[in-house]
Design a protein around this ligand. Sequence first.
Ligand code: COA
Length: 337
Amino acid sequence: MRQGLFNLKASQYAASIIGTGSYVPDTVISNSYLEEIVDTSDKWIVSRTGIKERRKVLDEIATSDIATKAAIQALNDANLDPIELDMIIVATVTPDMAFPSTACLVQKSIGAINATAFDIEAACSGFIYCLSIAEQFIKSGSANNILVIGAEVLSKITDYKDRNTCILFGDGAGAAIVSKSKGYQILSTYLGSDGNGCDLLYLPAGGSRNPASIETINKSMHYIKMEGSEVFKFAVRIMETATEKALELCNLNKSDIDYLIPHQANIRIIENAMKRLDLTEDKVFVNVDKYGNMSAASIAVALDETNKMKRLSNGDNVVLVAFGGGLTWASSVIRWL
Ligand code: COA
C-alpha cells in the first residue's frame, strides 16, 4: 500500500547513502577522432583540459535509458527493492523530452510504483542539489528511501563543429540511494546560484524563449554555448568557497578533508582547487581524462567509482563539490562508514 510522502511521522533522522551505481556507454570519442573533425590537437586538449577521451551513446539511446542502468546498480548495491523507494529525483540538462520528467520514465522502467518522481535542473551542480533535497526529506521523516540520479546525454546537445566545446563533454549516468538506514552519512549540503551569469553557459533554443524552428536549427541554437575562460575563472573561485561552506556547516575545516570528489570539468580547475585546499594528489578523485565533463552525471559517477575503489576508511570525511551553468554551485560533506 502506498505510504504517501507526507504521512510519515515528522522527526529528525540522519540521511545516509546506502548504495551507488553508474553507467557509461561503450563508444569512445578519442582526441584523435576530434582532430579529424575540428581544428584541434590531442596535445592542446590534454594540456588545456586533461581530457583524453569521453563516451557517447548510440543514436537511439536517451538519458532515461542510461539513468535506469545506473539506478538498477544502485538499488542492487543497497539491496533495496524498487517498491521501497518513496522518491526519485533526476538531475539532468538533457531530459528525454520536456515532459514527462526523466524521473517518471525511470520510475516506469524500474517499477518503483510507490515513488514520487521529478527532475531538477542545476546543470553540473545538479546531482548535489538532488542529494540536498533528498537529505531534507529523509531528515524530516517524510521519506525513507530516495533514489537520486545525475544523468546526461550531452553528445546530443554538443556542436561537433565547435572546437571550444566539443572537446569537453561526454555522456554518462550515476545514481545513489539516500536513506534513513545506516550508510555513508551526509553531514552537510550547501547550494548556491547566481543568475547574473546565465549567459556564460547555456543552450539557447528548444525552450519557450526560442522554440524549435528551422531558423533555430540553421543557427545551431540547439547546442551548448559557452564563454570558456569566464567559466574557468568562476570555477576556480567557487570550488574553494563552496568546499569551505559545506565544511563550516558541519564544524569542520580544510584540514579535516580526507578525500575530495570535485566536478570533473578540467584538470587545471581540479589542480587549482587542490592547491587552494592544501590537498595532495592522492586525496583527490580524477576521472576527467576518461569521461570528460558529464555535467550532472560527473559527481554521481565519481561517487560510485570512489565507492567501488574501496580505498576510503571508516570515519573519512569526503567532500563533493561542483559548479555549473546557471550559474550554480554545490557541495556536500559525507562521512564514510
Ligand atoms: N583546440 C585548439 N585551440 C582551441 C580549442 C581547441 N579545441 N578551443 C579553443 N581554442 C583556441 C581558442 O580559439 C583561442 O584561440 P585565439 O587565442 O586564437 O582566440 C585559444 O585556444 C585560447 O583559448 P582560451 O579560451 O583562452 O583557452 P583556455 O586556456 O581558457 O581553455 C577551455 C579553454 C574551454 C578549455 C577552458 O577555458 C575551460 O575549461 N573553461 C571552463 C569550461 C567548463 O568547465 N565548462 C563547463 C562548466 S560546468
